[in-house]
Design a binder for this molecule. Structure first.
Ligand code: TYM
Length: 321
């Protein structure tokens, strides 16, 4: 079973990405053959600054490796190091209707916000389909916002298979963990780099504290009983705490005497404690870029073998001799 997913290097990695996808990917290294990549071509739709893209790509790689990506066991690479994906993107484009792309939530949401769409943004799901289909992926672990893209991948693969009367592509399935399908941000909306409501995993202690202290709550005073159910702090605590710890926290909400500031500090401790074991490895990798680049080159060579063989079959199937 092949498990594949990608992440855009479009900013600092936050706990939404971590619980939505990275953690599941790292854990799945024991369940099947893991393919994980940094979606550098996709990031071009939003990052138009050379240094920033280079820096973000490097940091995304460092973060994945620090968190437990095993480059020997799994295949871990940067999207643009395997160029076949762009060739497949073009083949698939010719089997993707305009209507399908017009219905994409990500495109509709961005244009509704007044973001001027270019062709890259519009055809983003086709490139994502190419990522998935090029490597014959069975399972695609993602957060809720990417489910539609995996469904579109299936539609495109079906049209292609139908046109050439052959099962050229494996049908992928998305895998979403309900509890973390949408990790809320500091304002309660989906945690997202583009909404500025993130809590970072690896940032200065001061910055993370500022983000946690900025979580939006109601205005109940210290001496009032508080309701944990719709509280943004509690929802984030659920990601880090076991049942006993959560029960204890519920009692604190129900007992007058503590304010939201106290609960935020409890959450902050949990976040720091959770990511602490990865800090040292991350610092080592940040200080040794050559090591990171070698790991990525090794991953790209493994991915390339599969990609070039797949493209050979596809070129032949469509008549590109
Ligand atoms: P990206 O970079 O926006 O996000 C990476 C992964 O993190 C998940 N995620 C979340 N999950 C839960 N709660 C949140 N608040 C949250 N924010 C982000 C996303 O669902 C995603 O799984 N298009 C993809 C990258 C990509 C890809 C692919 C993924 C390119 N090609 C092929 C899978 C297969 C993206 O923009 O993810």
């Amino acid at each position: 079973m092949r498990i594949l997913s990608g992440i855009q290097p479009s900013g600092t990695i936050h706990i939404g990405n971590y619980f939505g996808m990275i953690k599941k990917m790292i854990e799945s290294q024991n369940d099947g053959e893991l393919f994980a990549f940094i979606a550098s071509y996709h990031a071009l739709t939003s990052v138009k600054d050379k240094e920033l893209l280079e820096q973000n790509t490097f940091e995304a790689a460092v973060n994945f490796l620090a968190l437990g990506m095993d480059p020997e066991k799994s295949t871990f690479w940067v999207q643009h190091h395997v160029k076949e994906v762009l060739e497949l993107y073009w083949l698939l484009s010719n089997h993707t209707s305009m209507g399908l792309l017009e219905r994409a939530h990500s495109y509709k949401d961005k244009t509704a916000k007044g973001i001027q769409a270019n062709h890259g943004l519009f055809s983003y799901p086709v490139l994502m389909a190419a990522d998935i289909l090029l490597y014959d992926s069975n399972i695609v672990p993602v957060g809720k916002d990417q489910i539609q893209h995996v469904e579109m991948t299936r539609d495109i693969a079906n049209s292609f298979n139908h046109a050439y009367k052959q099962e050229l592509f494996v049908m992928p399935e998305s895998k979403v963990d309900e509890i973390v399908a949408t990790v809320p941000g500091t304002d309660g909306a989906k945690m997202s780099k583009s909404y500025g409501n993130t809590i970072d995993m690896f940032n200065t202690k001061k910055k993370i504290k500022k983000q946690v202290m900025g979580i939006v709550t109601d205005s109940k005073e210290l001496d009032e009983v508080k309701n944990h159910e719709n509280c943004n702090i509690y929802k984030l605590c659920e990601l880090f705490m076991n049942e006993d710890e959560l029960k204890e926290l519920q009692v604190r909400y129900a007992t007058p005497g503590e304010g939201y500031g106290h609960f935020k500090l409890t959450l902050l401790d949990k976040i720091n404690e959770h990511f602490e074991p990865y800090v040292q490895k991350r610092e080592h990798l940040l200080a040794n870029p050559k090591e990171v680049h070698e790991i990525l080159a090794f991953g790209a060579s493994k991915a390339s073998k599969i990609a070039s063989e797949k493209m050979r079959i596809l070129r032949d199937a469509v008549g590109l001799i």
